[in-house]
Design a protein around this ligand. Structure first.
Ligand SMILES: Cc1ncc(C[n+]2csc(CCOP(=O)(O)OP(=O)(O)O)c2C)c(N)n1
Length: 272
């Protein structure tokens, strides 16, 4: 899909995310909505080389959702990509469902790593990128992390390792929405300046508007065509709760599902 088509399609994805979280009566809308334009670009903008019919193909690209609480965004993309039936989306967080509150790679095809404990996903992604390099694979590894997640020390060990091993097959994307579970990241534990941090770890670093599809498509194209023995970072400036007026920039919606009334209001805004 091109930028315009992706933008239109994002409304469908946003609606599915909110319906599934409402049905679960539990889940994380804020960080799912801030990251969905990034995931939409990866899955539907011809960035990731993946095949839902052959999810374990050795030559596939890998995507790791390190901020695992945004699982509804990932599940929605996987369902619309054809990894599983869309009806399954509405079993989110139900007992026995493969759609756990956080991604579980043992339960669902298309999930590359079980994540949720912040800092672990990026560490796994770096290990995957290193293994692929050693095998001389041409596959790339993409990993989405949160700015609150950057408070975890493990993130910096992972960045250091990526740089040490010259992992130019690794693209780390920061969902830089400024908020975390209970307030502003800068109040809880400031992680700025982030660009300087990535650059200090030798990452080729680019900043984009994480809701602008032209910019997102361009930066991923840039990653694929630039291999300079350095890992690549995309700092994506985003809005938590993006697309739903009463959720935007509200940390309160980090882990609060929309009520039935809020869901109707949100769906109306998204053009249901
Ligand atoms: C190791 C660890 N500590 C604490 C938590 C609890 N927790 C879940 S989400 C979150 C905030 C994450 O903020 P951010 O990465 O900015 O997520 P976003 O705003 O993008 O959803 C916290 C502290 C966790 N999941 N793992």
């Amino acid at each position: 899909m091109n930028a315009k088509e992706l933008e239109e399609f994002s409304l469908t994805l946003r609606k599915a995310i909110l319906i599934s979280i409402n049905a679960a009566r539990s889940g994380h809308p804020g960080g799912s909505l801030s990251s969905i334009d990034i995931l939409n670009t990866l899955y539907f903008g011809n960035v990731l080389n993946i095949d839902p019919k052959n999810p374990n193909d050795e030559n596939r690209d890998r995507f790791v959702l390190s901020k695992g609480h945004a699982a509804p965004a990932l599940y929605t993309c996987l369902a619309y990509k054809g990894f599983f039936d869309k009806d399954l989306l509405y079993t989110l967080r139900k007992l026995g469902s493969p759609l756990q509150g956080h991604p579980d790679s043992k339960k669902l095809a298309g999930i590359e790593a079980s994540t949720g404990s912040l800092g672990h996903g990026i560490s796994s992604a770096v290990g995957m990128a290193l293994a692929l390099k050693l095998k001389k694979s041409t596959s790339n590894v993409y990993c989405l992390i949160g700015d609150g997640e950057m408070q975890e020390g493990l993130v910096y060990e992972a960045l250091m390792c990526a740089s040490h091993y010259h992992l130019d097959n690794l693209c780390v994307i920061l969902d830089f929405n400024g908020l975390q579970i209970d307030g502003a990241v800068s109040d809880v534990m400031n992680v700025k300046p982030v660009r300087e941090k990535f650059e200090a770890f030798s990452f080729l670093t680019h900043e984009v508007d994480g809701h602008n599809y032209e910019q997102l498509l361009n930066v991923f194209e840039n990653f694929k065509s630039t291999k300079k023995s350095q890992p690549f970072a995309v700092i994506a400036h985003t809005v938590k709760g993006k697309g739903v007026s009463f959720m935007e920039n509200k940390y309160e919606y980090h882990g609060k599902p929309p009520t039935d009334e809020e869901l109707s209001k949100a769906l109306a805004e998204l053009g249901a």
